[in-house]
Write a protein that binds this ligand. Structure first.
Ligand SMILES: Cc1cc2nc3c(=O)[nH]c(=O)nc-3n(C[C@H](O)[C@H](O)[C@H](O)COP(=O)(O)O)c2cc1C
Length: 298
């Protein structure tokens, strides 16, 4: 997750039994190198790097993950054909993030090892089709022969069990870890996530790159722009540069872009990443037991 998952969060998750992912989309090439080195020093478990394909200096990031022998790369926001073969030839496992069955099939055809199927609920950049996790996971699981990792709206063990029952092999969790001690999000943003209520986020800016964010003063300007039927160019101007950094990293809650998922409405505290992972796994076991209860025996 841009501005949130650097080496501290990624290594904490990997050390707790998950697969931590460094979000390289907000890092200059030399910053990614540093984060990979620090992550390696902080964990001897596998970790991954996410590379959004919109990244302007993408060749340098690709070079870094190959040079540093990062075992797994999650590509997103672009065509999986471009780098999959190259990464795989260099021994890297490739997972591509998709928001629809159509893109999932394309990713499979491009030879990726697995997909993250991310529903409408998810924080950050998302698809245009608004397919919810509940609908997306069964469809993608039914039609793909490779592993499917469910994302969007998952922050508890019971949600993890639910999507696995729908056909997912694993889960990717974003928003819950924004509100972790190790996340590099600004404290103001973490506090906003904790106090967010149901209905406080919206998927917007579909004309540029659809993104789910908190409705704040910046979003009010976006809404006004839609009312006056602003052109795509006007929306690009309004978004400007560096808004995500301003909001999530620098803590400007009014003018920044605050990317978070709908599940923020159910996140009530900032916890160490290890505790988040442990809670999810405990809840998962509890939820499995619940399935033997009377409620499910009818
Ligand atoms: C602040 C934030 C930044 C994100 N940045 C990225 C990113 O750079 N690349 C990416 O593939 N997904 C990104 N995502 C999406 C997450 O990786 C994940 O798929 C999503 O958060 C899952 O849904 P959830 O927020 O409901 O848990 C981001 C999500 C958030 C909340």
């Amino acid at each position: 997750m841009i501005w949130c998952s650097g080496w501290e969060l990624a290594s904490a998750v990997s050390n707790s039994g998950g697969l931590g992912i460094i979000g390289s989309g907000s890092m200059y090439p030399e910053v990614l190198r540093e984060h990979v080195d620090k992550c390696k020093a902080a964990t001897n478990k596998p970790f991954a790097v996410n590379i959004p394909m919109l990244y302007p200096d993408i060749d340098k990031h690709i070079e870094t993950v190959i040079d540093k022998k990062v075992p797994i790369v999650f590509t997103s926001a672009g065509n999986p054909k471009t780098y999959t073969e190259h990464l795989k030839k260099n021994g890297i496992t490739v997972v591509h993030v998709v928001s629809s069955l159509k893109f999932a099939l394309k990713a499979q055809e491009a030879g990726v090892d697995g997909v993250v199927a991310e529903g409408f609920e998810a924080g950050g950049h998302n698809g245009r089709d608004e397919t919810t996790t509940l609908c997306l996971i069964p469809m993608v699981s039914k039609h793909l022969q490779i592993p499917v990792i469910a994302a969007g709206g998952i922050a508890t063990g019971s949600a993890m069990l639910a999507v696995m029952n729908l056909g997912a092999d694993a889960v990717q969790i974003g928003s819950r870890f924004v509100a972790s001690n190790e996340s590099s999000a600004h404290q103001n943003f973490k506090n906003t996530v904790v106090s967010a209520k149901e209905g406080d986020t919206v998927l917007t800016l579909k004309e540029i790159t659809p993104v789910r964010l908190i409705k704040n003063a910046f979003y009010s300007k976006v809404e006004e722009a839609y009312i006056r039927k602003a052109t795509k160019e006007e929306l690009i101007d309004l978004l400007g540069r560096g808004r995500a950094k301003r909001g999530m990293f620098e803590g400007n809650l009014e003018e920044g872009e605050l990317e978070i998922g709908q599940i923020a409405g159910d996140i009530d505290n900032v916890l160490p990443a290890a505790e988040i992972v442990r809670n999810i796994l405990d809840e998962f076991e509890e939820a499995k037991k619940e399935m033997n209860s009377e409620k499910f025996n009818f």
